[in-house]
Design a protein around this ligand. Structure first.
Ligand SMILES: Nc1c(NC[C@H](O)[C@H](O)[C@H](O)CO)[nH]c(=O)[nH]c1=O
Ligand SMILES: CC(=O)[C@@H](O)COP(=O)(O)O
Length: 161
């Protein structure tokens, strides 16, 4: 199902564990910060709405999405139950977009394989700024909220297994 067919901000609280006992680390890319700040806002609002305690949410900023890999690795070493990696990659004139997107996706995948703290991939990979706007609090909702719910669910899965 494409994003266009669902609202990224929609969730049913009755199906989500209470997040009050969990600690979250959020790593935010500074590239396209008009987008990443919107994603962060969506994530924070959803975490708090589902019971997370503000003092249990830690934020670090990194220069770009490619640095989300290292930042998330170091965040895994903190006393957190899940990490959310927030970025916005937008197609430019060259193939750099492809390498950044693939590199970040593979790097975050590797962190989930190598370490026991889940890292949620909250990285928009859009063709245009408009697409990014629509997915960070616009008509398609907020991928930050979607990532927050995933973080809660994965922290619960880790706690129970
Ligand atoms: N073009 C975008 C970038 N590029 C920067 C890289 O992420 C990285 O910081 C640089 O290559 C140095 O290692 N980053 C984004 O997050 N979004 C972009 O659209
Ligand atoms: C994703 C990028 O690195 C890209 O936005 C950079 O733009 P360009 O490909 O025009 O150098």
């Amino acid at each position: 199902m494409a994003t266009a067919n669902k609202n990224l901000s929609h969730y049913d609280k009755s199906t989500i564990p209470n997040a009050k006992e969990f600690r979250f680390g959020i790593v935010v890319s500074e590239w396209n910060d008009n987008i990443t700040e919107g994603l962060y806002k969506g994530a924070i609002e959803a975490l708090l709405d589902c019971g997370a305690i503000k003092e249990n949410i830690m934020r670090w900023d990194v220069p770009g999405s490619f640095e989300l890999i290292y930042g998330s690795k170091k965040m895994q070493e903190q006393q957190v139950d899940a990490v959310i990696a927030i970025g916005s990659v937008i197609q430019g004139e060259t193939k750099h977009f492809d390498f950044v997107c693939e590199g970040v996706a593979q790097g975050i995948k590797d962190l989930n394989v190598l370490h026991d703290i889940p890292v949620i991939f909250c990285v928009l990979t859009d063709n245009t700024m408009q697409q990014a706007i629509e997915r960070s609090g616009g008509i398609h909702g907020n991928k930050g909220a979607e990532a927050a719910i995933a973080a809660i669910k994965m922290a619960e899965l880790r706690k129970n297994n």
